[in-house]
Every structure is written in structure tokens, then in C-alpha cells.
Design a protein around this ligand. Structure first.
Ligand code: TXA
Ligand code: MG
Length: 352
């Protein structure tokens, strides 16, 4: 791939520098790529209605081109142009959760190129709440296709330095800013009967049920053995993976702690460099080459926000084996556990 000079700029979400936004918007309009912060993770943006831009996104990420992109919009009017129909459920969810960390799948209209949707007749759409993202969408002409701004397979970046690590030389610009949640948006499919969660996130099953009544959950979300293919093509690939070999230990807290410490010693004796991902409460009892707290067990927001950063830090530290505590799978815990299971290639040990 031809090396591009990547410009790094910073934009404060609370004092938008409109000259910088316009400069970034112009790059997108001309078919270039700009990484930008959202309230979930950094996105790697290109003009969603320009097939060449989508092609460049796949190349920059090293992503299989059958894995569709999410189209980011800034207002409801923009939605009408890219879908054939907005089902009642879509209007209700937009009212309740847009702008915000929710992606909905609709039947696409002809203006959306197949390059953007990985060949599908459906399109994933999200209206983010991050002010920099919203301003950039407007400056770019209204439609930004943006997957997470990582090389395919790596954890999604939550800090600009990790975007730069993956994307320097591959894209025209990186906008530094704060991301909030730390895990990607919830994805809900509205094209096939009962609304179905394809990827769990900050907007939980319980929150969606409150608005819609019945909501299904794709079976492949937490089950690594499911024979079914996930409906979100991206969910079938190995993902969020650190370089180290990650295993999750789940079960009774004291037993988990003891087993993590035992396995750590065993691996260290074999010459491995071991990292532990644990909750704040358990920090004093761990010993390893690198021990990191994801936050308090009850505080799912902090766990979500910290998880990907820790996985990246272990890469920086050349950790070769990683053990992580497991987390409950209700509420946001379902999203946390889903990402952790994927990062671990579904390697989980139950202890009691
Ligand atoms: O929070 C997010 O959603 C971030 C930020 C940047 O907005 N974006 C993001 O995009 O996570 P990406 O490309 O990393 O993940 C998109 C997921 C993939 O698993 C993809 O297969 C699925 O959405 N997807 C996209 N379009 C789809 C469609 N038409 N039908 C089913 N799944 C779709
Ligand atoms: Mg991604």
C-alpha cells in the first residue's frame, strides 16, 4: 500500500474548532480517510456514498470486504435517503436512543453502494452523540462510513495513540479527542421480524425491551460453539485480540483468584510473561509480570471503558499469556463478556 502522510490534530468536543472540522470534512469529501472520536470507540471514516472511499477503508484496516460498514448520520432526514423504509420500531428506537450508541439495520436504498455494505441489501446506520463526530458528518456531506479505527482483528482504539499505532501512513488524518463508553455500539437488526440484537453494547436488552416489548438476541453472541453463523458478518471473525494468549477464568471469586495465581506461576516457570486482568477488589492478591485493574466489579461503565486499553497495553509490554476474571452477563456485562470471549477466542475455564 502507498504510504500517506497522516496529519494528527486535536479537537475539543466542547469548543469545536470549525476550521479544523471543515479541513477534515474536505478530506472526506475528496475521498480521503479521517479517524475521529465517537462516544463508543474511534471510527475510521470515509464518505459512505463513495464506493472508492469504502474500498480504501477495507484496505487501511486489512478487513475482509464481506464485512459491512456502519453509516453514520447526524439527523433523521438523512436516514430517509439511505433506507427504503423506516419501520415503526426504528422510529421508536431513534426517539429513545439517537443520537447515541445504537446501530440499526435497515433495508438499503440505491444511493448506498454495495462496497459500503459488503454486498448486502441492508445497511447499518448510527447517529452518534459525540459533538466532534456530528459536526464532522455535516462537514463531510452527511454520510460517514466508519468501522472501528483498528487494524482488523485488534482491539478497537479508545485512545488516539492506538489509532496512530495502527493507521499512521495509511490515512490522511487522525482527530484526537475523548471517547466515552469504550465498547462499540449495540447493533439491532430491524429487517427480519422481531428486532434482534446482533452485537450487545451500552444500550442493553433491558433498555430495548422497555421501548419495543419483545426483542431477540442473536444466539452466537455468547456461545462460541454455536453452529449458526452470526448475522453481523463481523462477529464471525477473531476480534479484539491481544498478542498474548488470553484465557478467562469464571466462577466463585476466591477460587478464580487462586486459580489465576496458580496458572500464572505455572506459566512463568515455563518462561512466559504473564498479565492479569482483574477487578479492583482482587488487586492485592495477584502477582504476575503485569497486573491491571479494569475497575470495581460493580462498576460496569469503568470496566467497559478500560478493557480495550488494557489489552493494548499488554501488547506494548510484550505479555505472552493473559488471564482475566469473567464478568456477569446481565446489562452491560453482556457486552463486556461478549468482547472478552472474542478476544479470548472463547477460551474460558469455570472454577468453583
Ligand atoms: O460503536 C461503533 O459501532 C463503532 C463506531 C466507530 O461507530 N463502529 C464499529 O464498526 O464498531 P465496526 O465496523 O467495527 O463494526 C460493525 C459491525 C460489524 O460486526 C459488521 O459486520 C456489522 O456491524 N454490520 C454492519 N453492517 C451490517 C449489516 N448490514 N447487517 C449486519 N451486520 C452489519
Ligand atoms: Mg470493529
Amino acid at each position: 500500500m502507498e504510504k500517506i502522510k497522516t496529519k494528527l490534530i486535536a479537537i475539543d468536543e466542547n469548543y469545536l474548532d470549525m476550521d479544523k472540522i471543515r479541513e477534515a470534512g474536505q478530506i472526506l469529501k475528496e475521498g480521503g480517510l479521517v479517524a475521529f472520536p465517537t462516544e463508543t470507540v474511534y471510527g475510521l471514516g470515509g464518505d459512505a456514498l463513495n464506493p472508492q472511499s469504502s474500498g480504501k477503508i477495507y484496505a487501511a484496516k486489512g478487513r475482509p470486504s464481506d464485512n459491512p460498514l456502519i453509516v453514520h448520520i447526524s439527523n433523521m432526514k438523512a436516514l430517509e435517503k439511505i433506507v427504503t423504509k423506516i419501520p415503526e420500531a426504528g422510529r421508536k428506537l431513534a426517539d429513545a436512543f439517537w443520537p447515541g450508541p445504537l446501530t440499526m439495520i435497515f433495508m438499503k436504498s440505491d444511493v448506498v453502494p454495495k462496497e459500503t455494505t459488503g454486498g448486502l441489501d441492508t445497511v447499518a446506520v448510527r447517529m452518534p452523540s459525540h459533538k466532534t463526530a456530528l459536526a464532522l458528518i455535516d462537514a463531510a456531506g452527511g454520510y460517514i462510513a466508519a468501522p472501528s479505527a483498528n487494524i482488523s482483528g485488534k482491539p478497537s482504539p479508545t485512545l488516539a495513540k492506538y489509532v496512530a499505532e495502527d493507521m499512521d501512513g495509511r490515512i490522511e488524518m487522525i482527530i484526537d479527542g475523548d471517547v466515552g463508553i469504550g465498547l462499540e455500539s449495540t447493533i439491532v437488526d430491524l429487517t427480519d421480524g422481531t428486532p434482534t440484537i446482533l452485537r450487545p453494547g451500552y444500550i442493553t436488552l433491558e433498555m430495548l425491551e422497555k421501548v419495543l416489548g419483545e426483542v431477540n438476541v442473536d444466539k452466537t453472541i455468547l456461545d462460541g460453539n454455536s453452529k449458526q453463523a452470526p448475522k453481523a458478518p463481523g462477529m464471525k471473525y477473531r476480534h479484539y485480540a491481544p498478542k498474548g494468549d488470553l484465557t478467562i477464568l469464571d466462577g466463585e471469586q476466591v477460587a478464580v483468584r487462586d486459580e489465576i495465581n496458580r496458572l500464572t506461576k505455572e506459566q512463568q516457570q515455563k518462561g512466559e510473561k504473564v498479565g492479569i486482568i482483574g477487578t479492583e477488589e482482587n488487586m492485592p492478591s495477584y502477582e504476575a509480570d503485569s497486573v491491571k485493574s479494569v475497575g470495581s466489579r460493580g462498576d460496569e461503565d469503568s470496566i467497559a471503558k478500560t478493557l480495550y486499553r488494557i489489552l493494548r497495553e499488554f501488547d506494548d509490554e510484550d505479555i505472552t499469556v493473559i488471564y482475566s476474571e469473567g464478568f456477569s452477563t446481565v446489562g452491560m456485562g453482556q457486552a463486556i463478556m461478549n468482547r472478552l470471549l472474542k478476544a479470548a477466542g472463547h477460551k474460558i475455564i469455570y472454577v468453583s
